[in-house]
Design a protein around this ligand. Sequence first.
Ligand code: UDP
Length: 247
Amino acid sequence: MADKNVTRGEMLYEGKAKQVFATDKKDLVLVHFKDDATAFNGEKKGQIEDKGIINNKLSASFFRFVESAGIPTHFVTRVNDRDMLCRKVTIIPLEVIVRNVVAGSLAKRTGQAEGTELPEPIVELTYKDDAQGDPLVTKEQAISMGAAKAEEIDQICAMALQVNDALYPWLLEKKLRLIDFKLEFGRNEEGHIVLADEMSPDTCRFWDSETGEKLDKDRFRRDMGGEKEAYVEVWNRVGDFHFAVPG
Ligand code: UDP
């Protein structure tokens, strides 16, 4: 069991939904999950009551599950309701989006109906730059912008598909259809690429596999109401995943 007794230091970074703090351990940071919700590149702002608590717990479960499937992450342990301890990484400035079903910006861009099942999962890259609205980029553009090397991008895309292969059937058992999701990766102190950021209904689309009900941030984006209830429902279905380390 990892040591949870770290002392919180200065704030290193504040994003839309999280804050990152230094700790007294050089290679560890505390990630604090807020209730703030934003959409449309920060144009729409609000709060979802207890979102930070649910996203912290859900991210912990997802990171443990992904680790159990052999994909390294920055996650160390959950410290309390809103904070998780993570290994310090340098975030690679790319958002890696995996899609199983047409939704959101893909529906807008292509005119394909939302809900259309894709024959194979699709991976897309966007360059993390709020001022430009996180533009969609090709692998070659990402390389030329200095976001990562070609081999690193290949590795990141392969890891993202591995996450999808593990998560999709596991969530379907819980009657959650994984429509799409966004991942971020970082380089740790040894230079290895690990999954970072968060995995939650803020960053994944989940539809009830029987009714098609939306159980994610689209409820906020589209003013549907019932945001908190949807996040709680995902937590109730996913639960606190733990796995025994073999041996
Ligand atoms: N996503 C995210 N952060 C972003 C953009 C997208 O977490 O800045 C997630 C989003 O929740 C969805 C997936 O990535 O699960 C695909 O989002 P899409 O490109 O359809 O964009 P959106 O419709 O959210 O603008």
